[in-house]
Each structure stands twice: as C-alpha cells, then as structure tokens.
Write a protein that binds this ligand. Structure first.
Ligand code: HEM
Length: 179
C-alpha cells in the first residue's frame, strides 16, 4: 500500500482525535515501519489494517465507518494531486465506470507497485451503474466514500447500495442510481 495512504490517514486521525491517538494506535500495533511513513514509500497493507483495528477499538467506531470517512478525505487529496485525471470527466457515472480501464491504469503507471482493486462494469446506463468490486483488502467502504465524493464533485447525488457477495467483503456489488 502506498505511503500517501498512510500519511494522509495519520494526518486525519490527528485532526479528528489528536496526536495522542496517533501515538496510541502506532504503539498498540506491531509495525515493520515503526509507524514512520513517507508519501512515496510502499508499506504492507497489514500495517494499515492494524492501525484501523486499533483506532476502531479506541474510538468504538466500526472499521467500515472509519474507511468511509477516510475516503471522503482522501478524495480531496486525489483531486489536488491529479487534477488532469478529474478534468477528463464531466459526469460521475462516466468517471466511476472508467476507474478500471482508465483511472487506475494511470495510477499504475505512476506507482507500478500500487495495490488496486478491480471494478467490473456489469451494467451502465446514463443514470445508473452496476459494478463488482474485488480486492483481497476488502476496502469496499473506502470505495463507497470515494463514490459519494465523486457525485458531490459533479454537484450530483446518488443512491448507492452495497451488496456483499461473500462473507469477508472481498467481492461486493455496487448498485449506483443517480437521484
Ligand atoms: C483520479 C482518481 C483516482 C486516483 C488518482 C486513485 C488512486 C488510488 C491510489 C493511489 C490508491 C492506493 C493504492 C495503494 O495504496 O497501493 C487507490 C486505491 C483505491 N481506489 Fe483509487 N483512485 C482514484 C479514484 C478512485 C475512485 C473514484 C474510486 C471509487 C470507487 C476508487 C477506488 C479505490 C479503492 C477501493 C482503493 C483501495 C484499494 C483496494 O480496495 O484494494 N479510486 N486509488
């Protein structure tokens, strides 16, 4: 997992819960990096998982809710870092249906070692989109947060239903309908 995902995460934890919480979740975890991250480095996903688990335990907020809020913050980081990718689109459904064959393809060119999910488009109309998310990291709520913000970015609204296709959340169907 890319370092920027860690640095932005810890910045948000500090902003929302204070520096003591950052120290606490790092100390509670067993981290190869010792909790020292640079935005261009690459670190094990298991480190993010431990940080999330400890933050969840200490705040009594479920991991999926933490990931949702974090994704909404991460969206503005992406917007600032990759304005040219956003400029390609003028419609949220078009943008979301292009994650797999355009957006994450470009991400992979910048970061060859990025750990990305797959999004398979099952059905697309002007106002709706059905996609299947697959990733061993089960970060579907991170995806949901990014989708919410994608609609907001285009001054649009949607109803997004998430249907787990397996117990561990590594395969999830997203049913997206523009309001
Ligand atoms: C310009 C737009 C985007 C850029 C530059 C971008 C870039 C990235 C980067 C750098 C990562 C982390 C990879 C790693 O740590 O190894 C990532 C992960 C991810 N991205 Fe994107 N992304 C974009 C848009 C989106 C959108 C709109 C979605 C909406 C569903 C999305 C879904 C995800 C998910 C779910 C992950 C977590 C990894 C996983 O589930 O396996 N991305 N993306």
């Amino acid at each position: 997992m890319k370092g920027i995902v860690f640095t932005e995460f810890l910045d948000l934890v500090e902003e929302k819960f204070g520096l003591e919480m950052v120290d606490k979740i790092i100390t509670d975890s067993n981290l190869e990096s010792n909790g020292i991250y640079t935005s261009i480095g690459t670190y094990k996903f298991s480190e993010m998982l431990q940080l999330l688990q400890h933050l969840s335990k200490n705040t009594s907020i479920p991991i999926d809710s933490l990931l949702l809020v974090y994704a909404e913050h991460f969206f503005s980081v992406l917007k600032k870092s990759y304005p040219e990718l956003f400029a390609t689109y003028n419609d949220p459904i078009d943008m979301l249906s292009s994650i797999e064959n355009h957006i994450h393809v470009e991400v992979r060119k910048i970061y060859p070692d990025a750990e990305l999910p797959t999004f398979e488009v099952i059905e697309k109309t002007q106002n709706s989109l059905i996609m299947i998310y697959k990733s061993s990291r089960a970060m579907h709520h991170f995806g949901l947060g990014l989708m919410n913000k994608t609609f907001e970015h285009f001054n649009s609204k949607a109803t997004i239903i998430l249907e787990k296709l397996n117990e561990d959340g590594t395969e999830v169907k997203f049913l997206i309908t523009k309001n």
